[in-house]
Design a protein around this ligand. Structure first.
Ligand SMILES: Nc1ncnc2c1ncn2[C@@H]1O[C@H](COP(=O)(O)OP(=O)(O)OP(=O)(O)O)[C@@H](O)[C@H]1O
Length: 323
C-alpha cells in the first residue's frame, strides 16, 4: 500500500487528525506542560512492553526454560559451531516459528533471512513446518502463508551485506518483519579478511563493529530477535590463538573442553565481535548422531547444555522425541 499523508485520508485533515489522536497512547498523568523526558521514556517502554513479546520460543522445552522463554527479542543471538552441526537447520526452524500465530508461540510476522552461503532451501522450510506442526499445517494455504512470510536475500560480499543492513529499517517496517537472520556472518567475513594480516584485522573489526551496531539498533528499536551464525575455532594448547580471535574466558568454556583442558573452543571473528553478541549458543558434535547445544553466554541463563538430534522436524532435544 502506498504511504498516505494525514490530509489524504478520507474525511479531510481535521477529522483525520482527531482520529489519529484517538489512537495515541497518552498517559493519564500527561499534564498541561506535556511529558517530561522521563515520562516520554516510560511511554516508549510501556508501549514496547505491551506490543512485543520478550522472546521467540525455540520450542526446545529445556532450552527455552533456561533462556527464560527462548531467543530474546531486542538483542543479538549468535549460533556458532563446526560445519554441519545444525546452525542452518536451527535458523530455518526459527523462521517457521516466527511466522506462526501467537497462540502457538510464534510472532505472527515476517522473517528477513540473509543467506551468505546459499544454504537455505524452501523445501526444508516446508518439511520442518509440516513435520513439526502437522496439525496446524494441514492446508496448503497455511504453508504458503508461512513460506511467503520468509523473505530470503542472498548477500555474498561484506559490502553487499552492510548495504543490506543499512536498508533493513525500511524492510522491517514495510514487511512486518519480526525476526532477522544472518546465516552466516563468518563465511562472508572470512572470505574477505585474512586474519594473518594485521591491517586486515582492523578492517574486519571495523566492518563487524558497524554491522553489529546496525543490527543492535534495529533489534532494540523494533524489539525483534536477531540470530547470526558463526563458525568455531579450536585452539590447541601451545598454539596461542591470535589476540583478535580470543573471546572472553567465560565464552570459552565447554563441558568437553573447559578452560583447564588441552584445547578450547572459541567463536570465530575475534574479541570485538564476541562482545557484540548478547547470547551465544554453541552447537557441537557428541557422536555421529547426537549433538549438543550449549548456552555459552547469556544475560539470564547459566552455562548449560542439552543433547539434541536433527530430524525431519528440525532440532529435537533428547527426551522430547515424539513417539
Ligand atoms: N531432513 C533432514 N532430516 C534429518 N537431518 C537433516 C535433514 N536435513 C539436514 N539434516 C542434518 O543437518 C546437517 C546439516 O546441518 P546444517 O546445514 O544446519 O549445518 P551448519 O551447521 O549450518 O553447517 P555449515 O557451517 O557448513 O553451514 C546434516 O549433516 C544432517 O545431519
Amino acid at each position: 500500500m502506498a504511504a498516505m499523508t494525514v490530509g489524504e485520508e478520507s474525511g479531510g485533515p481535521l477529522k483525520s487528525l482527531s482520529r489519529i489522536f484517538q489512537h495515541l497512547a497518552i498517559p493519564d498523568d500527561y499534564g498541561a506542560t506535556g511529558p517530561s523526558s522521563h515520562q516520554a521514556y516510560e511511554l516508549k517502554t510501556r508501549r514496547s512492553a505491551h506490543l512485543s513479546p520478550a522472546f521467540l520460543s525455540t520450542t526446545l522445552g529445556a532450552l527455552d526454560e533456561a533462556l527464560h522463554g527462548g531467543v530474546p527479542c531486542g538483542s543479538l543471538t549468535e549460533v556458532t559451531g563446526p560445519p554441519g552441526c545444525g546452525k542452518t537447520q536451527f535458523c530455518i526452524m526459527m523462521s517457521v516459528l516466527a511466522t506462526l500465530p501467537t497462540r502457538l508461540g510464534g510472532l505472527e510476522g515476517a522473517v528477513l533471512y540473509i543467506d551468505t552461503e546459499s544454504a537455505f532451501t524452501a523445501e526444508r522450510l516446508v518439511e520442518i513446518a509440516e513435520s513439526r506442526f502437522p496439525q496446524y499445517f494441514n492446508t496448503e494455504e497455511k504453508l504458503l502463508l508461512t513460506s511467503s512470510r520468509v523473505h530470503l536475500c542472498q548477500e555474498l560480499t561484506c559490502e553487499g551485506l552492510l548495504q543490506r543492513l543499512e536498508s533493513l529499517e525500511e524492510e522491517i517496517i514495510s514487511k512486518g518483519v519480526k525476526l532477522v537472520i544472518v546465516d552466516s556472518i563468518a563465511s562472508v567475513v572470512r572470505k574477505e579478511f585474512d586474519p594473518q594480516l594485521q591491517g586486515n584485522i582492523k578492517e574486519r573489526n571495523k566492518f563487524l563493529g558497524k554491522g553489529a551496531s546496525l543490527l543492535k539498533y534495529l533489534s532494540g528499536e523494533f524489539s525483534v530477535p536477531v540470530i547470526l551464525t558463526n563458525q568455531i575455532t579450536t585452539h590447541l594448547s601451545g598454539a596461542l590463538p591470535s589476540q583478535a580471535d580470543l573471546v572472553s574466558p567465560a565464552d570459552d568454556l565447554s563441558p568437553s573442553e573447559g578452560a583447564s583442558g588441552s584445547s578450547c573452543l572459541v567463536a570465530a571473528l575475534g574479541n570485538t565481535w564476541s562482545h557484540c553478541v548478547n547470547t551465544r549458543l554453541i552447537l557441537q558434535y557428541l557422536d555421529s548422531e547426537r549433538r549438543q547445544i550449549l548456552i555459552a553466554k547469556s544475560p539470564v541463563a547459566p552455562l548449560t547444555s542439552f543433547v539434541y538430534t536433527i530430524k525431519g522436524e528440525g532440532l529435537v532435544l533428547q527426551g522430547q522425541e515424539r513417539p
